[in-house]
Design a protein around this ligand. Structure first.
Ligand code: HGY
Ligand code: MN
Ligand code: MN
Length: 406
């Protein structure tokens, strides 16, 4: 495996600069289309231009760094938007390591490589929204109707980039394949003291919002036997869920109630309404479907038992996606070259833009370790040596995917 030399100082310096946009303690607050996100996007565009790439925004806010010429080009990158409370490397690592790979390959006399920062991977408005639009999996109109937790629509939010974008989506035919580097966001590599994960597949997910409506009432004068308490309904549902899923799930299956809103949300009022997100993930489509049935039945059974009205809304779903074997083998070869014996093939429990891009291009992914497996948290971090080794592996793998061996 021919290796490509990167510039570690340049890589780390760009990562540290990107961290400054929306920096909050050790993490970042940079949700899609917020001021820090837009400023970060403009800075990444400038760094793409510094690397000889032409920065192009599309109407969804996806930012591509395109080489001169007609292509097609191999594509690498990830996203720079963050969760409401995000880590400094989630997505950002793949964009900057991708930019470093493109620069290093060009400096080694290799072929031009394109770089992308997809918009709203973290789903402020939906679920990996920017790459879903770019891959043609949802229309721009469907995306525009999506709203965030405060009711802001994607359409309203993207008005801020009105004058930036080219007006059209770049055709997937401009690219030959996509390789995304990302932090693992889980504990496996860190525990095993390994440096690289070669991703074999990305799990699928299902999600919807459950709303229970009961009766708002006085917390002091309403007898316990006379209440229609929406929060008690959610509690009853949650307390039975693990047991109901026991015979369907496997150790790698996960399910989460992550967002809860209570109305009127006051300590002296029996809550008449609760809305909560119900999300589950697994590598098997059939298992996701069986869990769907069990979860819906338990939502309804609990509503019935506690005299609550129920509503399901905000449905999102992604099927599990296998990585392209040939591209994954290039990643494995590069891992062996740069981190011999310190890499493994593994699934991704996190969702990524590669899931959507796989519908139009061959894709692969690679991971670097997350310290303590922590992510989607201000505490997210990766050792700087691991950041460098990962970028070396990415550059050599992208070179091989692009048919170049220096
Ligand atoms: O939720 C996810 O797995 C991704 O990090 N947005
Ligand atoms: Mn991510
Ligand atoms: Mn994330």
């Amino acid at each position: 495996m021919a290796v490509v030399k990167i510039n570690p100082e340049r890589l780390l310096s760009d990562l540290d600069t990107l961290r400054g946009f929306g920096r909050t303690g050790t993490g970042v607050v940079r949700p899609a289309f917020t001021k820090p996100d837009l400023e970060a996007r403009q800075w990444v565009a400038r760094r793409m231009a510094d690397a000889g790439l032409n920065p192009v925004f599309d109407p969804a806010g996806n930012l591509f760094g395109l080489p001169d010429g007609d292509g097609p080009f191999f594509l690498t990158g990830s996203h720079t938007d963050s969760q409401p409370e995000g880590g400094w490397l989630d997505g950002a690592y793949g964009v900057i390591a991708g930019l470093e790979a493109a620069r290093a390959i060009a400096e080694a006399g290799g072929p031009p490589v394109a770089v992308v920062s997809f918009q709203d991977e973290e789903g402020r408005f939906g679920m990996i929204t920017g790459s879903q639009v770019w891959s043609g999996l949802i229309t721009m109109d469907e995306a525009d109707a999506l709203t965030d937790a405060n009711g802001v629509t994607f359409s309203e939010a993207r008005k801020d980039i009105e004058g930036w974008h080219s007006g059209t989506l770049l055709p997937p035919s401009l690219f030959t394949g996509f390789l995304e580097a990302h932090i693992e966001q889980g504990p496996n590599l860190d525990l095993a003291k390994e440096a690289i994960g070669v991703v074999e597949m990305i799990v699928g997910t299902r999600e919807f919002t459950v709303t229970y409506r009961g009766e708002t009432n006085h917390a002091g004068t309403t007898p316990m036997t006379n209440r229609r308490d929406a929060v008690q309904g959610m509690a009853a549902f949650a307390s039975k869920l693990d047991e109901r899923l026991r015979n369907v799930v496997v150790p790698s299956t996960v399910w989460t109630i992550g967002r809860v809103s209570v109305e009127p949300n006051a300590s002296s009022i029996v809550p008449g309404k609760v809305s909560f997100s119900m999300q589950w993930r697994d590598g098997d489509s059939d298992r996701l479907a069986r869990m769907d049935r069990i979860i819906r039945d338990l939502v309804a059974e609990t509503a019935e038992a506690m005299n609550l009205e129920m509503e399901l809304s905000n449905f999102h779903g992604l099927e599990p996606v296998p990585m392209d074997a040939a591209l994954a083998d290039h990643v494995a070869d590069a891992a062996q070259a740069h981190a011999p014996g310190r890499w493994r093939r593994m699934p991704s429990g996190a969702l990524h833009d590669a899931t959507n891009v796989a519908s139009v291009l061959p894709v692969a992914m690679m991971f670097v370790p997350s310290i303590g497996g922590i992510s989607h948290s201000f505490q997210e971090d990766t050792a700087r040596d691991d950041l460098v080794v990962g970028a070396e592996v990415l550059a050599s793998a992208v070179a091989a995917c692009a048919g170049f061996s220096p």
